[in-house]
Design a protein around this ligand. Structure first.
Ligand code: VGL
Ligand code: ZN
Length: 197
């Protein structure tokens, strides 16, 4: 059994959004077309409370894209984005959300960010997705979405480490590419045994 994992295809990550990923909207139709090939479709939704600890605005004197030290390690500070219930947190209007078996929200704990669909950025607190996939007998995952170098990367590496067979379909992903983060991410995914197509 195989699942398509669609990462964070939300308005704030598309052109015009608060944390726009270049070309973020270009992947939507291709993702819709791919859904039919899978036994299960899972969407993730970045879902932060206002004043989230990953927002630069929460930290006096800090600017977006600064890196700060959190109890769980270094954390990039982002512009306010994907605030629970806001238009920016909604899925791209053309994404076929009706096709999803599961919509998994992440990043809702104020004190810890969550790039990965499997664990929060402390690398310990599970989201529950592993159990969901296991109990459905799903062993192979294809990942698409935003952003290649952050949430897709962390999700793919965690999934591979958990023992899933993981493929990242690169033409249906787009990257933020902050200070070489895309090259670092690709090296890390390759190292973890993630395949690209
Ligand atoms: C993401 C930064 C902050 C992502 C989410 O979806 O890649 N990046 N929150
Ligand atoms: Zn976020």
């Amino acid at each position: 059994m195989q699942a398509l994992i669609v990462i964070d295809v939300q308005n704030d990550f598309c052109p015009g959004g608060a944390l726009a990923v270049p070309g973020g909207d270009e992947i939507v139709q291709g993702i819709n077309a791919l859904m039919a090939e899978f036994d299960a479709v899972v969407l993730t939704q970045d879902w932060h409370p206002a004043g989230h600890s990953s927002f630069a605005s929460t930290h006096e004197g800090r600017a977006p894209f600064d890196v700060t030290q959190m109890p769980y390690g270094p954390q990039v500070l982002w512009p306010d984005h994907c605030i629970q219930g806001s238009p920016g947190a909604q899925f791209h209007m053309e994404l076929e959300t009706d096709r999803a078996d599961l919509i998994l929200r992440k990043g809702f704990r104020p004190e810890v960010d969550s790039y990965s669909a499997f664990f929060e950025n402390d690398h310990q607190t599970p989201t529950g997705l592993e159990g969901y996939l296991d109990t459905r007998g799903i062993e192979r995952l294809t990942m698409v979405g935003l952003a290649t170098d952050f949430c897709v990367n962390f999700s793919a590496v965690d999934a591979a480490r958990l023992g899933f067979a993981v493929t990242v379909q690169e033409d249906l992903c787009r990257a933020i590419d902050l200070d070489g983060s895309l090259a670092t991410a690709k090296a890390g995914m390759t190292e973890a045994g993630v395949l690209f197509r």
